[in-house]
Design a protein around this ligand. Structure first.
Ligand SMILES: CC(C)(COP(=O)(O)OP(=O)(O)OC[C@H]1O[C@@H](n2cnc3c(N)ncnc32)[C@H](O)[C@@H]1OP(=O)(O)O)[C@@H](O)C(=O)NCCC(=O)NCCS
Length: 526
């Protein structure tokens, strides 16, 4: 008997029963208490034994975010009514694919309209993990959307609620109240520093911002030989040089202390490498890092050659905090895959930069700004936006794969932009309002709102960051997230090695006889 034969096959084998239920008229606080007592992530609202709704942990967060009083609002007001259900005889893999596709975490199990159990994504994942690869390959959606591939304590994104967090804290709240260094500390060390720890951390990082001499000597030559290279490509190259010159060892051979030292080094020096190569490409001398300045002020100083206005430094700092981590995005996944091979931390970061450099990931904050330029004046906005959507074009800075409500980063950055003020900000707000209305009307039901890129571009532009440095600036803080994930992967590693479904001509086909006039095995041209 194979492992797959022994494994449970249907929803009935995996579901939990009896189900923790609630009455739709019950107060949310009572239902939430029951959820906690039974340590479950949802309650099913029932009328007799018929499921009429589901209330999940996500709903509790939405309720808290809306400032509603759980002691007075009822389950009916916040539950998802008429939830999708599944039959007990459905194959576990089919149920898994359906949950993953729809983004549910729990689904009630129903026979003849009666609630008989509940099954969670986590239950189904257990089966998926022990299915033979060829079976699983049919079930996993293309692009791995919704598939859980690892466990993490770094952070998470809850798209439907418009919420994301680092460790146990709201990322937006961290951006509003803490420094980048504190947030960096949180991601590397697991908790927020007290004053003494924060000062010690700043002192530890300051000297690590310096580019080591053997790398610094190569930078002018690199900028001269690759005048057309974009800043992220230069960063990919210079991080690789740094890791090689400083002799980063395979992560498999390094302990946590050594890996964390390398991670601090890379995160501290990335802004210096970015600014130095950008200045060299523009015929300017690199500006050395200033250990007395905070992360963002130092970044702007190295870019412009002068200490920035405090409100600009703080605005950029808030942007950088908000972009440190964002779920299992393509570059973070890349970093973890490379770390899982035991390769050195430099290799993981270089790979992640490569993934981020792709237009589908690194995004287009400069394109959102370009759109504002093209619109030009407020009175042209509506006609311009309508015509663009009618032509089937995408409005830059709107829509998101995960967020189907306001992107929390855009909400925060709108506030940052408002604080900075200026004509571009007022114009952007007006375009945003108009675009959201136009999209709601012309793309009904698609739930398209502003994404992080829209106000990121406005904020960076207002603070004088050149457009070609928008995505690299994003990379300079995302490297902290990548490294936190590499440290986590290395601490509890298993090689990430999925499978592919072969769809070519059926093998084995006979190898055609060698063409006598062609190349010889082992000879030139083989
Ligand atoms: C971010 C993005 C790629 C997410 O796309 P997605 O989740 O794959 O969404 P889809 O491509 O399935 O789009 C769903 C529908 O909304 C429409 N839509 C999505 N974003 C849109 C936008 N910015 N402007 C106009 N229509 C948009 C699509 O045309 C599609 O309409 P259809 O059903 O009539 O074909 C997409 O919203 C986009 O291209 N935005 C503009 C570029 C951008 O801002 N990128 C930065 C992202 S951080």
């Amino acid at each position: 008997m194979t492992m797959a034969d022994r494994s449970p096959r249907t929803v009935a084998d995996l579901m939990s029963s009896p189900v923790v239920t609630a009455s739709p008229e019950e107060k949310v606080a009572e239902a939430a208490a029951r959820m906690r007592a039974h340590r479950v992530g949802s309650v099913v609202a029932v009328d007799g034994d018929r499921p009429v709704g589901i209330l999940t942990e996500r709903d509790l967060v939405r309720i808290a975010a809306a400032g509603a009083d759980t002691g007075t609002v009822t389950v009916r007001e916040w539950m998802t009514p008429d939830p999708d259900t599944v039959g007990p005889d459905v194959a576990a893999t089919t149920a898994f694919a359906s949950l993953a596709e729809r983004g549910y975490r729990h689904i009630p199990v129903v026979t003849d309209g009666r609630l008989v159990g509940i099954v969670s994504m986590r239950d189904l994942m257990r089966v998926a993990q022990i299915q033979p690869a060829d079976r699983l390959a049919h079930e996993v959606p293309k692009g791995l959307e919704g598939v859980v591939v690892a466990e993490t304590t770094v952070g998470d994104v809850r798209g439907l609620e418009g919420f994301y967090h680092y460790r146990q804290y709201s990322a937006v709240e961290l951006a509003e109240t803490r420094s980048l260094e504190d947030t960096w500390y949180l991601l590397f060390r697991g908790d927020l520093p007290d004053r003494a720890a924060a000062e010690a951390f700043r002192a530890e990082i300051a000297p690590l911002r310096e580019v080591p001499a053997p790398v610094a000597e190569l930078l002018p030559e690199l900028a001269r030989r690759a005048p057309q290279a974009v800043p992220l490509d230069l960063l990919r190259t210079t991080v690789s040089m740094l890791a090689a010159i400083e002799g980063f060892r395979p992560s498999l051979d390094a302990d946590r202390t050594e890996l964390e030292r390398q991670a601090l080094r890379v995160c501290a020096v990335v802004p210096t490498l970015l600014c130095a190569t950008w200045r060299l490409q523009h015929g300017l001398e690199p500006v050395p890092p200033d250990g007395t300045l905070g992360y963002a002020a130092n970044y702007l100083a190295m870019l412009h050659g002068r200490v920035p206005a405090p409100e600009h430094a703080r605005a950029i700092e808030q942007y950088l905090i908000s972009t440190i981590d964002h779920g299992f995005n393509a570059s973070t996944f890349t970093a973890r895959v490379i770390a899982s091979t035991g390769a050195d931390l430099g290799a993981a970061v270089v790979g992640a930069i490569g993934a981020l450099s792709g237009p589908l990931h690194g995004g287009a904050p400069s394109r959102a700004l370009q759109m504002l330029d093209e619109i030009g004046t407020p009175e042209r906005a509506e006609a311009w936006l309508r015509e663009a959507v009618a032509r089937g074009e995408r409005l830059m800075g709107f829509g998101h794969r995960v967020y189907k409500t306001d992107d929390p980063r855009s909400v925060m950055l709108r506030g940052v932009a408002e604080r900075l003020g200026g004509p571009k900000v007022a114009f952007a707000k007006q375009v945003e309002r108009t675009a959201v209305q136009v999209l709601a009307e012309m793309k009904p039901g698609r739930r398209l709102y502003t994404n992080v890129e829209f106000y990121a571009g406005v904020v960076m532009d207002t603070c004088g960051v050149p457009r070609e440095m928008f995505t690299p600036t994003f990379a300079s803080s995302r490297v902290i997230g990548w490294c936190a994930h590499v440290l986590e992967q290395a601490a509890d590693n298993r090689l990430i090695r999925p499978s592919a479904r072969y769809v070519g001509p059926p093998p084995p086909q006979p190898v055609p006889p060698r063409d006598e006039t062609g190349s010889q095995p082992g000879g030139a041209g083989s």
